[in-house]
Design a binder for this molecule. Structure first.
Ligand SMILES: Nc1ncnc2c1ncn2[C@@H]1O[C@H](COP(=O)(O)OP(=O)(O)O)[C@@H](O)[C@H]1O
Ligand SMILES: [Mg+2]
Length: 364
């Protein structure tokens, strides 16, 4: 599956662009502030209907304009071609698949995109929210019933928290039964996913660096010596005191252990980046091995973060993954030796204009 035509209108500094990407590797080069990240952001929005840089999609609309449009043709071997369209204006976001209005979940299944960018190392450094989102992207694509259960869980949790806030906790057990029911399903799905991810993650981490004993551990969001029901009972007094629920899958997390210790506390910055990269590549590999359609991989400015040896390893690995990739950097030479790649396109971005420059030596 690949994006074989992309049209962009009024998107950040890209006034109007139309490109035909390669189904394999696409290099995006250009000076700083030329619009490389904006191009990747447009592709990301085509699959996720939200920006990866701005909390509000409205910031993505070109200054002085009132709406943006990103549309693309997806070519899928097993199916017919289909067309995706995203229109964002002050009144919201409209998603269309083959001209019919659709939702975010359907879009995400139709065109799965995954982004790796310099801030992605926060995956291991930041609070648990970013890791839950990471796990849930994988689980969402693997388990048909995950999203329903997770949505239901969050709704019940909200009800429970409002009871706790107003101290009306006489009938809280009723909510707890439902919370345990969908929360346990969510938790089991995440645990199962991490178990499958672990072996792929270890293999990829070692491809980049000779790490010793690596593990991925799942933290459910309550003490592992207790069941979820027991944990809710035990934390009830604290929950009432503070007016919110302290235990449950809304608090779940995962960690990378190196030789039995939390890796983030003692590995070097460079090693942390490799672990982050390996986690993301493991997600892609796992996804591609289990789904008919493949992930479209977006890699923004990572060459600035990796040394040339690891950049070359990354490129070789991406070629082996055999899915569509868009990678940005200021210079083509930053990507290393391109001789092993059978099919690639080079796009040059300048002041928001995008030009295919295959077979040309360009000065950025
Ligand atoms: N909503 C917007 N409308 C127009 N230009 C914008 C908007 N948001 C950002 N820009 C500008 O777009 C340019 C390209 O940014 P970016 O894609 O991040 O460049 P690059 O990744 O090549 O360094 C920047 O000069 C930025 O100021
Ligand atoms: Mg950029």
């Amino acid at each position: 599956m690949s994006l074989n035509k992309l049209d962009i209108y009024s998107f950040r500094n890209i006034r109007k662009a139309s490109i035909k990407p390669s189904s394999e590797i696409n290099f995006i080069i250009g000076k700083n502030a030329s619009g490389k990240s904006s191009l990747l952001e447009a592709i990301y929005i085509l699959g996720r209907a939200r920006s990866f840089r701005s909390p509000s999609s409205k910031h993505v609309i070109q200054f002085e304009k009132t709406e943006l449009i990103v549309s693309g043709n997806i070519y899928e071997q097993s199916k017919y071609n289909f067309h995706l369209g995203i229109q964002i204006s002050n009144s919201g976001c409209i998603i269309r698949i083959n001209q019919e209005n659709s939702g975010k979940a359907e879009l995400a299944h139709s065109f799965p995109v995954l982004l790796i960018h310099p801030k992605s190392y926060k995956l291991l450094d930041d609070g648990p929210q970013i890791r839950r989102e990471f796990m849930d992207w994988g689980v969402f694509n693997d388990e048909t019933f995950f999203l329903d259960n997770w949505r239901k869980y969050k709704k019940v949790l909200q009800q429970r928290n409002s009871l706790l806030k107003t101290k009306k906790t006489r009938h809280i057990n009723v909510w707890d039964t439902e919370l345990v029911q969908c929360g346990t399903i969510v938790s089991e799905y995440r645990k199962k996913y991490l178990t499958r991810l672990e072996s792929v993650f270890i293999e990829i981490s070692r491809y980049f660096f000779n790490f010793d004993q690596l593990e991925l551990i799942y933290l459910s969001g309550w003490d592992k010596s207790e069941s979820f029901t027991q944990a809710l009972e035990n934390s009830l007094n604290k929950d009432i005191k503070y007016g919110f629920s302290h235990v449950g899958p809304h608090r779940s997390d995962f960690q990378v252990l190196l030789d039995g210790k939390f890796a983030k506390h003692f590995v070097s910055r460079g090693q942390l980046k490799i672990l982050m990269l390996a986690l993301n590549l493991a997600q892609i590999k796992l996804f591609n091995s289990q789904n008919q359609n493949k992930v479209c991989v977006l890699i923004d400015d990572l060459t600035a973060e990796l040394d040339l040896v690891n950049t070359q390893k990354l490129l070789n690995y991406l070629v082996e993954l055999n899915c569509q990739v868009f990678m940005s950097s200021t210079e083509l030479s930053n990507f290393g030796d391109l001789n092993k790649i059978s099919d690639y396109n080079v796009f040059h971005v300048k002041h928001g204009e995008i030009e295919l420059i295959n077979n040309f030596i360009c000065s950025t």
